[in-house]
Design a protein around this ligand. Sequence first.
Ligand code: SP5
Ligand code: ZN
Length: 362
Amino acid sequence: MHTPQYEFLSGAETHYFESPERREAILNFLRSHPDMFEVTEYFEDFGYQPIKRVHKKDFLEYLETAYEEWIAEGGHPNGVLPATIPHHKLARLGRLKASNCLAKSGQYCFDLSAVITKNTFKSAWNAAQITLTAAKELVRIGEEYEMNVTDGSSRENPPGLYALVRPPGHHAQSDLCGGYCFLNNVAIATQWLIDQPELKRKDGGLKKIVILDIDFHHGNGTQEIFYTTSNPLYISLHSDDDYPYFTGSEIERGEGEGLGFNINLPLPKATTDDDYVEALEKLIQEHIIPYKADYVIVSLGVDTFKDDPIAGFLVTSEGYPRIGNAIRKIGLPTLFVQEGGYCIEMLGINVGGILSGFLGRA
Ligand code: SP5
Ligand code: ZN
């Protein structure tokens, strides 16, 4: 339902890297390993409410109606893309209320990669609903796990789920799309979990969540959405000096109640398997374990792969099971949600590597 024909990279029109083939590649891999993965296409529709908890009303109205307005205004059928973006130094920035779709496309988007086509909203909606369905299931398997732990079993085999969704979400802010992202799937599922009134810790407090973002790029959207709150704890490992360029530094630590609950760790371009696993294990020991969360939600990008066409780390297919295993050692019910990863040939094996590492079966 979401198949833009092209995007612009380094000034050139190229094919759209965030393509439907990505899903096929991952799904094929999971289906060919039925001993490890149980695949279901079932999902529930939670409606607008949980999406509105994260995204602004005017932005959602825009996403839902943009393509139709765009075509009515004579826009190109490839889809909606801005030509003018309200840069913060643009004259006085006095008029931010855009009336036509070309102006709105700049108001609600920060780059040239989030093309809105005829069914993009429906597709992003379904991705959010699938992630919500997985979050609801996470509660169920988490309760089962707790019961077994109480009965004397160890915390060494935490249960896990994986939401195979696209378009991805972690670049989408409360009222901005960009970076192939429209609705922030991880943020929507996280907020929904926090909002469940019957979900309480033994001490009566709300359930606590860690979002661990291991996509190559900084999750500016998730950071913005939760910047002023202490739940969830947002932790991102990503490339220094790369897209989205203007966010993701270590000095962005959260604000107000959220101060100290946003942790960015930019890593150098030449990051290898060993470097990556070492950095991740250190974050787990120093930040994730002390936070004492109830659930982990992973923004799972495998654009950290050495042959990714738009990224630049040196992580190999042997590295992914090690990353999955490090996450397993946190010992908490975990929901993995697909974000980036554009090397189609190795996408299945790399995502599968993380998941099998988490299962302790790599
Ligand atoms: C979800 C996600 O992974 N979104 C990433 C969108 C990145 N788009 C801009 C990529 C800039 C690529 N720079 C190219 C360098 C080529 N060596
Ligand atoms: Zn990415």
